[in-house]
Ligand binder design. Structure first.
Ligand code: PLP
Length: 379
């Protein structure tokens, strides 16, 4: 057995979701309640009927790569700067497999998506966890600089962040870019929730255009969240020629290629912009609604400016995040995720997933108010 694998202590987030046979509301999983667009299904179905069912290129279907580059990463090229992967999970894993040698340090900003830390450990690297709670759930150059050593191989940024929904302003990104310029480590940016942002949002990929070391940046992305395609397993990595070659090798060695049928579905999904925009706005509206209501009853939360999660502090209820989740499951049949899943320092937090029917968000708000009144009146 691989000792590093045995050391990783990871429960899939579905561990917290409701049993499919139970009634109740699931605000735990980050999986949208809408389905993929009709056009995505149609293109996948047509691919089957047309016998487009053979191996695809190891780097992914050319039309799909072109579409992704044109729509989301126009400063890169589709020939040798993008590889399609089996979800962004495989994309991230392949990037780390390419970069990490035993003893390399990887800076992870906490609270964080739990896979990052586990993959670094699995590959024999050392996760360097920086807690962002005291700095508004963001990193700045001063703190980052203190954590950089000769062994620093990479920094992982997840923007918009899961579980906090935090994004950086353009000015904050420009400041960070100055620091990156003076260092050699890779900056890996997981942008899986990028389409869940407001219109003034600027991705780092748009700012490194004039930057003299574009090779330093690697973008991880996919269609799971933005296009409601979790089960299609379409992700991709945008990087440079050298890393791209390594990623192709890993695809070849680990999965051969990505499903031809699902890649056609992905083309259909990207072409159906209306569906994507509708869903993205719907979940962002849910987030805003929840923020407003929580402000009303003065429940503290991290100010999410993207993605579809709200990370709320439940210490006001005299409960830990875990106890709060337990109560909500028992009393109201609502599943939530305790904050400690995203870092040991977040035991007083709970993550609420807003990628659900607005009626369920409203029900949660009503139950929360009810719960709040009970606690206040019992004091
Ligand atoms: C931040 C982040 N990155 C990556 C993933 C993996 O998604 P997928 O493999 O479906 O693309 C998730 C899933 O929840 C996530 O929240």
């Amino acid at each position: 057995m691989n000792k590093n694998l045995m050391k990783t202590n990871l429960k899939p987030l579905s561990h917290y979701s409701k049993n499919p046979n139970d009634d109740g509301i699931d605000l735990s999983l980050g999986e949208g309640h809408f389905n993929s667009s009709f056009n995505a299904k149609l293109k996948a179905y047509e691919a089957l009927l047309d016998n487009n069912t053979k191996y695809s290129k190891v780097e992914g279907d050319e039309t799909l790569r072109k579409l992704i580059i044109e729509n989301y990463y126009p400063n890169f090229n589709y020939q040798d700067e993008i590889v399609v992967t089996n979800g962004s999970t495989q994309g991230f894993f392949s990037v780390m497999l390419t970069l990490i040698n035993k003893g390399d340090e990887v800076i992870i900003l906490s609270p964080h998506y739990p896979i990052y830390e586990n993959v670094v450990r699995l590959l024999g690297g050392t996760p360097v966890i920086i807690d962002t709670r005291e700095t508004n759930f963001k990193i700045n150059s001063v703190i980052l600089e203190k954590n950089i050593t000769k062994k620093t191989k990479a920094l992982i940024i997840n923007e918009p962040n899961n579980p906090t929904g935090v994004t950086y302003t353009t000015q904050e990104k420009i400041e960070l870019l100055k620091l990156f310029k003076n260092n050699k480590f890779y900056v890996i940016i997981d942008e899986l929730y990028r389409l869940y942002t407001k219109s003034d949002y600027v991705s780092l990929s748009e700012l490194i255009y004039d930057y003299n070391n574009k090779e330093q940046f690697i973008f991880i992305n996919g269609l799971s969240k933005s296009h409601l395609m979790t089960g299609y397993r379409i992700g991709y990595v945008i990087s440079n020629k050298i890393i791209n070659e390594e990623l192709k090798k890993i695809n070849f060695l680990s999965v051969g290629c990505i499903s031809s049928v699902m890649q056609q579905g992905a083309i259909g999904a990207i072409l159906d912009e209306e569906h994507t925009k509708f869903v993205n706005n719907y979940y962002l509206n849910n987030l805003e609604l929840l923020k407003e209501e929580l402000m009303d009853i003065k429940v503290d939360y991290v100010n999410a400016t993207g993605a579809y999660y709200l990370f709320i502090n439940v210490s006001k209820f005299n409960l830990t995040g875990k106890e709060f989740c337990y109560k909500f499951k028992e009393k109201y049949h609502i599943s939530l995720v305790p904050g400690e899943v995203f870092g040991i320092k977040y035991q007083d937090y709970v993550r609420i997933s807003c990628c659900k029917d607005v009626k369920d968000i409203v029900k949660f708000i009503n139950y929360l108010k009810n719960f709040y009144d009970e606690i206040i009146s019992s004091k």
